[in-house]
Design a binder for this molecule. Structure first.
Ligand code: NAD
Length: 366
């Protein structure tokens, strides 16, 4: 059994989610490796020490460079604000590590492209934290599209809305210079990834973003909400809406997908359910079926339908899959290239906003 020694960089909100998810991922590893939660790194020494103590890391550090320089570390997991992702990832790849990086891969598509190139050149396993697609319901939705059950996709209506922008101080998310991605890069990137996961590449976009006065005062130069239309390469049309200022909405990702032979709808607030219609040519009993994900579906931790799954299970699924790639040296998914494409869509929406016109998503940002 091979040891995979992980160092986690950034012990905040997402650092906690990954720390706990590794425990779930490790408990399912019958794959010939043993996961070791070696070091948690945070620039804030208290955050690092507390994370080590409470989240089960063997040691803490405040210096990611020193941790990356260690020979015994196999995997670097990056959970810092986005402005540090590229610098840390490139250093880790060049030191021979496999890298898991939180979304957005970076706030800059050209920088993301460099990460893709270096990871490919050095043959390192690389994955990005688009965790929602790793849930059982999303895996099922994708399989129903892939195997043709719902036919050709005509339209996707997808949104990610929450009221977090009204609550608390946005911290580093407040400004671009401190790593802020705005609502588009932060939560919009999740639904762009989900849409491309389900329907395929987005070919062109037409959209706008808005900024509202900061709730807690002070400077603020990122968007808080927006909407865009998208044309997928396969011809389907998409509508996207995202907002950090939607009162009463709690981390709500939802979509409706129409195909020529059926339809799927999903709401993350009811994440164990998928609503599916398989057309029966106008039968009187035709209607959406409510499927509750269970042991027959990929991605459930317990073989008991209705036991429920949550944020951590999705996170554990993505980390299990990443660790499997690391152990078997097989490509991970969603990888840096997938996330770099998401970032190109984000930037195409920003361009469309500036030019007021439909904007093609470039095939490369170099
Ligand atoms: N996939 C998801 O569901 C999801 C959810 C939330 C956040 N995220 C992403 O995770 C990343 C982190 O977000 P968060 O909400 O955890 O932020 P956070 O502010 O809660 O935590 C970030 C931590 O990184 C530390 N840090 C900052 N710079 C550092 C550096 N140079 N070296 C080491 N540590 C450093 C900070 O001290 C802090 O403890 C972002 O990219 C964000 O978009 C993803």
């Amino acid at each position: 059994v091979k040891d995979i020694r992980v160092a986690l960089i950034g012990g905040g909100f997402m650092g906690k989610a990954h720390s706990l998810a590794y425990d779930l991922a490790a408990s399912r590893s019958h794959l010939g490796y043993r996961l070791i939660k070696d070091t948690v790194v945070d620039v804030d020494p208290d955050a690092a020490a507390t994370a080590a103590l409470e989240l089960g890391w063997q040691q803490s550090s405040t210096d990611w460079r020193a941790t990356i320089a260690r020979d015994d570390i196999d995997v670097i997991d990056i959970c810092t604000p986005p402005q540090f992702h590229a610098e840390i990832a490139l250093a880790a790849l060049r030191a021979g590590k496999d890298v898991f990086c939180e979304k957005p891969i970076t706030n800059d598509a050209a920088e993301a492209e460099q990460m893709v190139e270096v990871a490919e050149e050095l043959g390192r396993i690389n994955q990005v934290g688009f965790n929602y697609r790793a849930s059982a319901a999303l895996k099922l939705a994708r399989s129903l599209v892939e195997d043709g059950t719902v036919g050709d996709i005509l339209q996707l209506r997808i949104q990610y809305v929450m009221d977090g922008g009204w609550l608390g101080d946005p911290g580093w998310r407040r400004q671009k210079s401190s790593g802020g991605s705005g609502a588009l890069g932060d939560i919009g990137s999740h639904i762009i990834d989900m849409a491309q996961f389900l329907v395929g590449d987005i070919h062109e976009v037409f959209g706008d973003t808005v900024s509202y006065a900061p709730v807690s005062g002070g400077e603020h130069d990122v968007d808080d909400a927006g909407a865009f239309l998208a044309r997928f390469a396969g011809g389907a049309l998409g509508t996207f809406a995202y907002s950090l200022r939607a009162w009463g909405q709690k981390n709500r990702i939802s979509f409706e997908l129409d195909g020529t032979k059926g339809a799927i709808s999903f709401d993350w607030n009811h994440r164990d359910e998928l609503q599916v219609l398989i057309s029966e040519d106008g039968s009187r009993t035709e209607g959406m079926r409510r499927i509750i994900t269970s042991g027959v579906h990929e991605g459930m931790l317990f073989d008991l339908g209705g036991a429920g799954s949550g944020y951590l299970e999705a996170s554990a699924n993505q980390l299990t899959s990443f660790l499997h790639s690391v152990a078997t040296r097989t490509p991970a998914d969603p990888d840096f290239a997938t996330a770099a494409r998401v970032q190109r869509v984000v930037e195409a929406v920003e361009t469309s906003r500036r030019t007021g016109s439909w904007t093609r998503v470039p095939e490369s940002s170099r």
